[in-house]
Write a protein that binds this ligand. Structure first.
Ligand SMILES: NC(=O)c1ccc[n+]([C@@H]2O[C@H](COP(=O)([O-])OP(=O)(O)OC[C@H]3O[C@@H](n4cnc5c(N)ncnc54)[C@H](OP(=O)(O)O)[C@@H]3O)[C@@H](O)[C@H]2O)c1
Length: 289
């Protein structure tokens, strides 16, 4: 099978390229591949003639999106439109990586199912939700796979920042009023490869299981690294005052993935421990496979 991966040099893109190394993989990366240029997108995908496009590329700076909505909508929503239209033109399937930030207003605090309607709070969330709408409308075969709170090899992410600041001796203030699923990018790459094998269209949530707050996540990372968790102090989102609003609760249910693929994600603490120990062990799971 031939796969084209947009954003192949991003954090998740790299994990995917590594996981799919046994296949024929075409990496679509900036500056040659720009989501804002419809002709470029169409030419790149038509030229690659993939069975599936895995679309990970996005403007991922959540506060940057809030401050520059035109750019966010142009890259994340319209850019995804161009990818979906190109897939339609050459008959390729499209697996679109989306985000828990398409949710945000739900009052009930039970994990969100993959077919639930989005209700984004931020420009970033709305731009990714717009991308989802285009995928559903235009792609001949699609999978929408939302993930959340990613960390992994070779990317800039929360775990890396927390550990660096703690080692410098800084006292960290981390929000304790946002709940979600810390997720290892390698485990997402493993799950994507399983979905591509099964070619089962639909909506999926690809996250490590269990939920916590960013504060709980930071403390766990410090404890597992032999650092003092008391270096982290809880604070509220309002105290931090960042430009983009974030969901108070965006914990995702892996139900559709578990049922369609027959294996579940492992708990977030197990995955984090694995990442911090450097052993990787992608995709170890509790399910039958
Ligand atoms: N990180 C998270 O916590 C998280 C959570 C939920 C969902 N997601 C989703 O997961 C996917 C991957 O995230 P990630 O953390 O791996 O992101 P990342 O490391 O920021 O990588 C994003 C990639 O997209 C590329 N890109 C940005 N703008 C582009 C444009 N206009 N044209 C072409 N390529 C462009 C970037 O290239 P340059 O670096 O050259 O700009 C980069 O390779 C995204 O779709 C994101 O929405 C991420």
């Amino acid at each position: 099978m031939r796969f084209a991966i947009t954003g192949a040099d991003g954090m998740l893109g790299r994990a995917l390229v590594a996981r799919l190394a046994d296949h024929d993989v075409v990496a679509l990366t900036e500056p040659a591949f720009s989501l804002e240029d419809q002709e470029v997108v169409n030419g790149a995908i038509a030229g690659a003639q993939p069975h599936w496009v895995v679309h990970t590329a996005a403007m991922t700076d959540v506060d940057g999106c809030e401050l520059n909505p035109r750019k966010a909508y142009s890259v994340n929503a319209l850019g995804t439109r161009h990818v979906a239209a190109a897939c339609r033109a050459c008959g390729a399937g499209l697996l679109y990586i989306s985000t828990d930030f398409v949710y945000g207003r739900r009052a009930v605090r039970t994990p969100i199912e993959a077919w639930e309607h989005g209700d984004p709070l931020s420009v970033y969330g709305l731009s990714k939700w717009g991308g989802e709408r285009y995928v559903e409308a235009l792609a001949p075969r699609f999978m929408i796979a939302r993930t959340a709170w990613l960390y992994g090899e070779g990317g800039r992410h929360f775990v890396g920042t927390v550990l660096r600041k703690a080692k410098e001796g800084s006292l960290l203030h981390v929000v304790n009023d946002q709940t979600g699923n810390p997720t290892y990018a390698r485990d997402v790459a493993e799950a994507v490869s399983r979905l591509l094998e099964r070619e089962a269209p639909g909506w999926y949530h690809l996250v490590n299981t269990g939920e916590t707050t960013w504060y709980g996540f930071a403390r766990a990372a410090l404890e597992m690294s032999g650092l003092d968790p008391e270096q982290v102090q809880p604070c509220s989102s309002a105290e931090l005052g960042r430009p983009a609003p974030r969901p108070a609760y965006s914990s995702l249910s892996t139900f559709t993935y578990r049922e369609m693929v027959g294996v579940d994600f492992r708990p977030w603490r197990e995955a984090l421990k694995d990442y911090l120990s450097g052993s990787g062990n992608p995709g170890s799971s509790r399910g039958a496979d």
